[in-house]
Design a protein around this ligand. Structure first.
Ligand code: NAP
Length: 282
């Protein structure tokens, strides 16, 4: 009997890699996203253990319909991988409030809504695992990522509270913090930031420098499989870790946050992201 897991945001990037990797490792995978046509490509893989599911994490009816579909298979979910995410980018001052709402609807409230939907059944059987995909940005916030980084900071807090709440019910919660991973997410971020780099925008020069730094990071980053491996560990280890990070060099910014004085971290970030040059030039 295969254990069953639901992966949100499985039509692309990290979620797709998780779906395929977990199915290859023997899980029965419900691969969920809004673009079902992309999920259909996964159907024949890994011995047919991947089932595509239409799901919008911001839409309660859609979540209920997806879980009803899983129930029809007589399946009790062992794992939920809260991976679906979007990225809004721009200065805190000028990023429109509706972008902040959109960011939180998916990355925060969507994750909470999914978690609330699966927990009653997991508590009833007395076991289960929830793996939340956070971000290094959930610990270390770069400029122009106020909306995104704060949404991932929220995921950190939610994961810590949840882990402590559900442990007595036999349910374990892990948070996976990816650093730069080469997926379409890099391009989504670039598109989101671009309007803020235009002439006349108050932060245009800094935003351009940040965009150039980011453009070097994403395409040269490792692929999403390293995150899928961390997720697999979180689902299968006897004692899953509360926190995972991937790739390994993501531990550098995490250590900076812990060990360096904040003014020094600010100066290092400004230098690495090219802001010093702009400030010197102006
Ligand atoms: N790539 C990185 O460098 C990186 C770094 C740190 C953290 N992360 C995190 O990793 C996760 C996955 O990112 P990725 O790199 O794989 O990005 P991606 O390739 O853009 O994939 C995002 C996935 O989320 C899904 N999604 C978005 N809104 C959704 C909604 N309302 N309901 C259901 N699914 C939704 C998308 O599917 P549909 O559009 O088909 O619904 C897509 O499958 C995100 O939480 C992201 O914050 C990524």
């Amino acid at each position: 009997m295969y254990q069953s897991v639901l992966v949100t945001g499985a039509s692309s990037g990290i979620g797709e890699a998780c779906a395929v990797h977990l199915a290859h490792k023997g899980f029965r995978v419900y691969a969920a996203a809004r673009r079902v046509e992309l999920l259909r490509n996964l159907e024949g893989l890994a011995g047919g253990r991947i089932t595509p599911l239409a799901l919008d994490v911001t839409d309660k009816d859609s979540i209920d319909a997806a879980l009803a579909r899983i129930n029809e298979d007589g399946v009790s979910l062992f794992g939920l991988i809260n991976n679906a995410g979007i990225i809004a980018m721009g200065p805190v001052e000028t990023l429109p409030l509706d972008e902040w709402h959109r960011q939180y609807e998916t990355n925060v409230f969507g994750l909470v809504q999914m978690t609330q939907a699966v927990l009653p059944a997991m508590r009833t059987v007395g076991k289960g695992r929830i793996v939340n995909i956070g971000s290094i940005a959930g610990r270390v916030a770069s400029p122009f990522q106020g909306a995104y980084a704060s949404s991932k900071h929220a995921v950190e807090g939610i994961s810590d509270s949840l882990r402590r709440e559900v442990a007595p019910f036999g349910i374990q919660v892990s948070l996976v913090r990816p650093g730069f991973i080469n997926t379409p997410f890099g391009e989504h971020g670039r598109q989101a930031l671009e309007p803020h780099t235009q002439d006349g925008e108050p932060y245009a020069e800094q935003a351009k420098a940040f965009m150039a730094w980011r453009a070097k990071g994403h395409p040269n980053a490792p692929g999403p499989m390293i995150v899928a491996e961390a997720v697999h560990d979180a689902l299968t280890a006897n004692k899953p870790r509360a926190y995972y990070a991937a790739p390994a060099k993501s531990y550098i910014p995490l250590a900076m946050r812990h060990f360096l004085p904040t003014p020094l971290t600010d100066r290092i970030m400004a230098r690495v992201m090219g802001k010093d040059k702009n400030q010197d030039a102006s």
